[in-house]
Design a protein around this ligand. Structure first.
Ligand code: CP
Ligand code: NVA
Length: 304
């Protein structure tokens, strides 16, 4: 399957995701093969929100492929403020070969793709975080060999990261258990889309508010309880979310082999330090894979 943009993992089919993961693993193992893969290509990286991992992994990743990254910060990359998203996209397309954008609204990405003439990669929006999910499933593939038939659990706030994990798992035939506090569930349309993908792949999806549903899973994934752009003070949600904290007892009860987190992590909130820093934690493997998974995506979109 060829794809023009990566706005959501729904843009990809199973074979394509598997190829991207295999490519990412080869990029990780044999970086010398790819030193000129994007020679002469320029890629704009736009950030409407803060970032450590995404900003640095794209910047360094593009450089490792011989390309050139142009960073637009929260002031210069504030889409739709100084000029319309349409004009922004048309101007950028005059100079760069690809656009990576972290935005408040998924709609902004759709407009960039519609009015620009170069591939657009979603590096986090309100709805999705596809680059994160690809890096995470690369890590799970490295650990398990195949993710088919395995069960990944997500616990905490239903958010952009959860959505992309659900969709990727469903496409790949990996079961998923999503446990959130009442009132903090995942997006209803994403559940419908995931169920459709599950029907094709045979994967199972469980949506629940009960941490007992985490029993028997293979890996547990946590993310912040309050995502960027959400102004809710921590004190308002702390009591409701604390029973969903990933700690040693929850890990033991679940039987999970691995702990995962996209980071930034909030120690002693969604996860305790002993789990985050413990032997079962593969968070640094996830972080390292961000660059390789993204480079695989850029090769697929730009090396034509
Ligand atoms: N996981 C992730 O996207 O991290 P940053 O927000 O630091 O880019
Ligand atoms: N859900 C988090 C992910 C950060 C990488 C957020 O959107 O802030």
């Amino acid at each position: 399957m060829t794809f023009e943009h990566l706005l959501t993992v729904k843009d990809l089919d199973k074979a394509t995701i598997e190829q991207l993961i295999a490519q990412a693993i080869d990029l990780k193992q044999n970086p010398q093969k790819y030193q000129q893969a994007l020679a002469g290509k320029s890629i704009a990286t736009i950030f409407e929100k803060p970032s450590l991992r995404t900003r640095v992994s794209f910047d360094v990743g593009i450089q490792k492929l011989g390309g050139h990254a142009v960073y637009l910060d929260q002031q210069n990359g504030a889409l739709g403020k100084r000029e319309s998203v349409k004009d922004f996209a048309m101007n950028l397309s005059c100079w760069v070969d690809g656009i990576v954008a972290r935005v408040f609204s998924q709609k902004t990405l759709e407009e960039l793709a519609e009015y620009g003439s170069v591939p657009v990669i979603n590096s986090l929006s309100d709805l999705y975080h596809p680059c994160q999910a690809l890096a995470d499933f690369q890590a799970l593939t490295e650990q398990f060999g195949s993710v088919e038939g395995k069960t990944l659990a997500y616990v905490g706030d239903g958010n952009n990261v959860t959505h992309s994990l659900m969709l990727t798992a469903a496409i790949l035939g990996c079961n998923m258990v999503v446990v959130t506090p009442p009132g903090h569930s995942v997006d209803g349309q994403v559940v419908v889309d995931t169920q459709e993908l599950c029907a094709k792949s045979g994967a199972k999806l469980v949506i629940s508010n009960d941490i007992n549903d985490l029993k028997g899973v293979d890996a547990i994934y946590a993310d912040t309880w309050i995502s960027m752009g959400d102004e809710t003070p921590f004190e308002v949600i702390a009591e409701k979310f604390m029973p969903y904290q990933v700690n040693k007892q929850l890990m033991a009860m679940s039987g999970a082999q691995y702990f995962m987190h996209c980071q930034p992590a909030h120690r002693e909130q969604e996860v305790t330090s002993d789990v985050l820093d413990g032997k079962q934690s593969i968070i640094m493997q996830q972080a390292e894979n961000r660059m390789h998974a993204q480079n695989a995506v850029m090769l697929a979109l730009l090396q034509k």
